[in-house]
Design a binder for this molecule. Sequence first.
Ligand SMILES: [Zn+2]
Length: 432
Amino acid sequence: MRLITLFALAASVAAAQPVSRPLHPLIQQAVGEISERRISATIHKLASFGSRNSNGVVAGEDKGVAAAGRWIHSELASYGGKLQVRYQPFPVKKGGRFVRDTEIVNVLAVLPGTTQPDVFILVGAHYDSLHIKSKPGAGAAGWDMEATAAAEDAPGAADNASGVACVMELARVLANRPLEKTVVFIAFSGEEQGLVGAGGYAQQAREKKERIEAVLNVDTIGTDVTGSGIAAGPRVNVYSGDPMDSPSRSLARLVHDVAGRYLPGFAANPVFRSDRFGRGGDHTPFHQAGFAAVRFTTPTEQLENQHNGLDTPDRVSMPYTTNVTRAVGAALMHLALAPKPPVVGVLGRGASRYDADLRWKQDAPEADLAGYSVLVRSTTAPFWEREIFVGNTDRTTLKNVLIDEVVLGVRAIDKDGLESLASAWAIRERGR
Ligand SMILES: [Zn+2]
């Protein structure tokens, strides 16, 4: 009897307030300007540097990782608009995968936000590449470090010129567009040496208490068929770390929703894992530092062509890479235009002791804020199941909702209908 009553009440809540999701014209327009020709040109150019191994052993005017970094910098600067382009160097010592003391250099293009300049949305891809040379008995990984650093053919077209081409194309398309939050376009280095450039960025951001709302890491989006002939279909995987209501998981859900809205027929497919089996990427240090961070990767990597001389532009699907760029771009722009997520404060059972009483806070609410939605799902459901718009308030009570069996969340909605990331209230387990 109790169960039936609860179900009936929950169903009536679901019907109360349908939430419409209009498409934002700026996002539609900018997604339409993303150019496959430019993406292809960038991948070909990056593959032409011989090797982008971040040891920097392969050197020369137009070869090696430093030359690639200089080219990325000059390209980003040539897009004009409001982009502020700079290098972000980190010194590293010989050891591990470094055969000498050197410097890891990220290349950044910052697009200052119009109304929320202190809130950052990051989109990044590593531009370093790798050609593993092994030798028997050379440690756990079997790498010959010196030979690996000196290999002159590490074209890295899929891993990860494809991701860099995505990030650079988005910088070009957005250079002159007004986005409310600050967007940072990043070409990371030192990924193949242990996520050095991204780790340095995440550590600095944490020390400086930067308000990074979301990190979109784009890594290996160049192929839509495996070496064994399995096709990806129209989808890209979006990896996010645990737990189930981590900020990263919340970001993955939003990315899935937004990409589906702007690219019907192409899915941003959430994978509820931090990364592929036994592997990591540049989103990992951000996730570990508590920021919301996800990774975009094709489900169909060509593993036999990875980290060697065979990762060449002719093996890349430019149409597929362009579609992933559109999905990343739609999510990026949405995040940069939408309100900040609120902070869920207190959850209780209300005065009746049989309701869900939810409160939240929003510091410096946006001028175009319309109000808040409360979100509900069962503890076993991957996505939010119900959304109830409750207006511009900081508290609501859901009658006869048993807080023990659901996850509750809140998000802000602006007057264009753009929704913020969801902040979930996960009940803390006690007394185990
Ligand atoms: Zn990679």
